[in-house]
Design a protein. Structure first.
Length: 109
């Protein structure tokens, strides 16, 4: 029996090198964050995002495991950038009012 390799991928890289699920228009990094941050299994991710298939989610995770260090570094860098921007952005007056009135968490804690 002769084995014939099948070259089918669900993932593509955009011009910036970001990995995307080809058919669904979802970033691999974002699916990884959902998977780990919220502890969602692939089936639950598909329930929450019905435009994804189970094979899309598994392909994204497979790509992540093959490129883990690179994707983890991107996630870390983007989190640090987000935290920096949040720290440098003044709180909106309405947000401050809601926080001080106890309607948002964080005031007086």
């Amino acid at each position: 029996m002769t084995l014939t390799p099948v070259k089918e991928t669900h993932i593509y890289l955009d011009e910036k090198g970001e990995a995307w699920v080809k058919r669904a228009g979802a970033k691999v990094r974002e699916l990884v964050e959902i998977y780990y941050a919220y502890g969602e299994d692939p089936e639950e991710i598909v329930r929450q995002f019905p435009h994804l298939t189970l094979s899309d989610v598994h392909a994204a995770m497979m790509h992540y495991y093959d490129h883990r260090a690179e994707i983890d570094e991107t996630i870390k860098r983007l989190r640090e950038l987000t935290e920096k921007m949040q720290a440098e952005t003044p709180e909106a007056p309405i947000t401050k009012q809601l926080r001080e009135s106890g309607k948002l968490p964080g005031y007086g804690q």
